[in-house]
Design a protein around this ligand. Structure first.
Ligand code: SF4
Ligand code: FES
Length: 349
């Protein structure tokens, strides 16, 4: 099949073989525009022109894990660590809702300081005091904890699988396993969360074949949300001598993901914006329909240093809200004013 035939099939059937995905991942030049346009058509047909904003509160940069690419890894002793107290988290959520956010994302490293009851308290407080959806992004926990938080009102959970290659996963995540991660994703679905996962583009030993497996895994897990971005090398990690991931490969992956999962929420991620000043805009034109601005306040913003040169660390949440609003309108799109739940949930799927 040639490129046009593959794109036609993808737009009609939302299914491709691994070989076809690899072919799309190898697209270049003028053909690349065709791929982005096809993804943009599918985005427009299934998700409309609304772009949803999710306000991220980075409430702790402690992490017990040691992922080789991440600045929050426990062996990075150069990082100044912080933890927000539950009241502070709730108050930041309140300020985010006042800026118009209808989703707050509570994100941290894997930090057991926040036990089951504490996270439950934060969720209940936010749900009682304000009108917002809650997404959790706090890593691997036990089934019972996920259950308690879901019952307390958490709507969504994000946990990237990073790579579908078990060997690569194991090399990059000492002491962790891909199997365990996928099991968590299945639990979360079973508990009724809207579930998001995603991958990192540009990992060592990762090629188009490997990325095609990631995309097929998104499809197999039937995700509600897929967040992916290029690797941005952090000098305080074991990958310090490696190079950044390719923005173009991340955009291709977004486009193919949109073709295969037409109803997924897909963000133009901060990592894309950090490597390319137009990265988020390009993503929004290649299938993405979500942006996740940082709503963490004050001195904590620069300390959540997954990687250097992260955008917006010197801005206040008010500035980001305004900035992102103008980016969205300049693309002829509109900012969502409702929760932006997965359309599949709303259809009762
Ligand atoms: Fe911790 Fe997540 Fe960073 Fe791994 S990627 S070290 S789990 S914050
Ligand atoms: Fe933060 Fe543009 S979104 S300054």
């Amino acid at each position: 099949m040639n490129l046009d035939e593959i794109l036609l099939k993808a737009e009609r059937e939302h299914a491709l073989t691994r070989g076809e995905i690899v072919k799309l991942l190898k697209t270049r030049g003028e053909d690349l525009k065709k791929l982005y346009k096809a993804a943009d058509r599918v985005r427009s047909k299934y998700m409309g022109d609304t772009v949803y904003l999710r306000g991220i509160i980075e409430f702790s940069n402690y992490c017990k894990q040691n992922c080789k690419y991440c600045g929050l890894r426990r062996d990075n002793h150069r990082l100044e660590r912080y933890r927000l107290q539950p009241e502070e988290i709730v108050s930041m959520a309140e300020k985010a809702t006042k800026l118009g956010y209808k989703t707050v994302v509570l994100q941290s490293g894997e930090d057991d300081y926040y036990d089951t009851d504490m996270v439950e308290w934060i969720i209940r407080e936010i749900k009682n005091r304000m009108d917002t959806a809650i997404t959790l992004c706090i890593g691997e926990r036990e089934y019972e904890e996920y259950k308690v938080w879901r019952e307390a009102g958490a709507d969504r959970y994000l946990i990237r699988h990073e790579t579908a290659d078990p060997g690569l996963y194991h090399r990059l995540h000492p002491g962790m396993s891909l199997e365990q991660r996928i099991e968590r994703l299945r639990w979360l679905k079973e508990l009724g969360y809207q579930v998001g996962s995603g991958n990192l583009i540009g990992l060592p030993d990762q090629d188009e074949e490997s990325i095609s497996r990631d995309i097929l895994l998104f499809k197999e897990l039937d995700l509600h949300m897929v967040g992916l971005g290029p690797l941005v090398v952090n000098p305080d990690t074991p990958l310090k001598d490696y190079h950044n991931g390719s923005v173009e490969m991340a955009l291709k992956t977004i486009a193919i993901t949109r073709l295969l999962l037409p109803l997924a929420h897909i963000p133009g991620t901060t990592a894309l914006g950090s490597l390319d000043p137009e990265g988020r805009q390009k993503a929004l034109k290649a299938g993405a329909n979500v942006v996740m601005p940082n709503v963490t306040r004050g001195k904590y913003r620069p300390l959540y240093e997954l990687y250097p040169a992260k955008i917006c660390v010197d801005e206040e949440p008010e500035n980001c809200r305004q900035c992102i609003g103008s980016i969205i309108t300049s693309l002829g799109r509109v900012v969502g004013t409702d929760y932006g739940h997965s359309p599949r949930i709303e259809k009762g799927e």
